[in-house]
Design a protein around this ligand. Sequence first.
Ligand SMILES: [Zn+2]
Ligand SMILES: [Zn+2]
Length: 274
Amino acid sequence: MTYRPVPDYHMHTPRCNHATGTVMEYAQAAIASGLTEIGMSDHSPMPDDFDKPWRMDRSEMPGYLKEVEQVRDALKEQLTVRIGLEADFHPGTEAYVAEMISSYNWDYVIGSVHYIGDWGFDNPDTIQIWDTWKIEDAYCAYFRLVQQSAESGLFDIIGHPDLIKKFGHRPPADSVAVKEAIEAMLQAVKKADVTLEISSAGLRKPVAEIYPHKAIVKRAAELGITFSYGSDAHAPGEVGHGSDACLALLESFGINEIASFKQRQRTMQAITHD
Ligand SMILES: [Zn+2]
Ligand SMILES: [Zn+2]
């Protein structure tokens, strides 16, 4: 099944210190693969002492915005380029994040949970900390934070909503605590009317699975929760990766619309086949 391309709203720049390629290279890759809309969403600045090596510095923000604006304007006949940000949800930093978001007229802001306390659970450099956790407890702590990120009202999109599975750690399949944490998260997402990201990045990670798991997509569909698509590209060659698989997963649960954003207003467009 081939689908008409949908917007890819999750891609990075070298400012975050773990991505390659210019914004123009991401945009050209998108055009080459037939996309008509993308959005840049580099890792946002955070307060000074917070895991600095994995994000742009606040001083780099004007350069980021200028580069994306220039590409947007230069390619406007061929490609719609939206300007976004991937912000972190980390309790205690909400005021900083709110101020940073209010400093620019974003098309959308993705809120992602990459930390439980001080632990970057998706960071290969600290994977050994997994050994000190009961997997079920890590999952519950993670989904509780995702729930809080939805309740914070800061974000338009929840990024890769079950990133906790990245390295393939799995709680017991019958864990009631994890089921309840996921249900509470989805209820919060529904209530706050935020959009969930369906992300192909997991296909490129040890878990080898789309984010979020099909059971989460199924329950989100029942609740009428909206989805946007993101490749989480950290290199131009990853733009649009896995989008057909993501759209097929949505469709398998009766979801036939995908979200687009402009100036933080959401519009739904039909998922259609060629
Ligand atoms: Zn990244
Ligand atoms: Zn992320």
